[in-house]
Design a protein around this ligand. Structure first.
Ligand code: Z5A
Length: 192
């Protein structure tokens, strides 16, 4: 839109536990929105392609050890690395589908409490991988902490539903969000 008005792209963040289907849904949503003619990109965090991302990747693969606060700050730095590009894209009208963002940063770093049943369902999907956080007990704690972070900007979808049902609900939420941003909802910052 050349920034002639307040119209902008939407920032769509997909959050959830390991194996909840974020990558699958992100891929489907990207092609749907492209088919509809929207300017849209798919991003993910951690972005393992940067120097900071390489350190994170090595830590997640258990190839290096880092203090908890250090890895938290690296995840945060990895998002700051992309901040200006993100703002530029949104202001120029491109919608961003982002697989994990700051909510993961908080939920994984300060996970407490349990959500046993949901974690059991996700664990049936071909198993967690071999990375550091991909343990059922830890995922339970993360689920609990996500619940504490939930605010009015969140739309919750039951990821244990069939993929097509999740996709349908997600599309509805996203189309609403894109429409709101096109009308001119101003960009704001998280947790001010
Ligand atoms: N982390 C952090 O600590 N701090 C931070 O600030 C950030 C991240 C940003 C790496 O993430 C770790 O970094 C992550 C959080 C932490 N640790 N964990 N756990 P990652 O991006 O590399 O890994 P991930 O987010 O966990 O992605 P994933 O394993 O690829 O899962 P997914 O994308 O959510 O799921 P999927 O690949 O789309 O689907 C998994 C399987 O389920 C697959 O076989 C699908 O076909 C199947 N599936 C998907 N949906 C369904 C439904 N609805 N029904 C049945 N089967 C389904």
């Amino acid at each position: 839109n050349g920034n002639r008005d307040n119209s902008r792209g939407a920032l769509i963040v997909l959050e959830g536990l390991d194996r909840s289907g974020k990558t699958s849904q992100s891929t489907r949503l990207l092609s749907y929105l492209e088919q509809q003619g929207f300017s849209v990109e798919s991003w993910r965090f951690p972005d393992r392609s940067t120097c900071v991302g390489e350190m994170i990747s090595s830590y997640l693969a258990n190839k290096s050890q880092l203090d908890d606060r250090t890895i938290h700050l690296l995840f945060s730095a990895n998002r700051w690395e992309k901040r200006s590009l993100m703002e530029m894209k949104l202001r120029s009208g491109t919608t961003l589908l982002v697989d994990r963002y700051s909510y993961s940063g908080v939920a994984f770093s300060s996970a407490k409490g349990l959500d046993v049943e949901w974690c059991k369902k996700a664990a049936e999907r071909g198993g967690y991988g071999g990375e550091r956080y991909e343990q059922l007990e830890f995922q339970r704690k993360v689920a609990q902490h996500y619940k504490m972070l939930c605010d009015a900007t969140w739309k919750i979808i039951d990821a244990s539903l069939p993929m097509e049902d999740v996709e349908k609900q997600l599309r509805e939420f996203v189309m609403d969000c894109i429409a709101t941003c096109q009308i001119g909802k101003p960009l704001s910052q998280l947790w001010l």
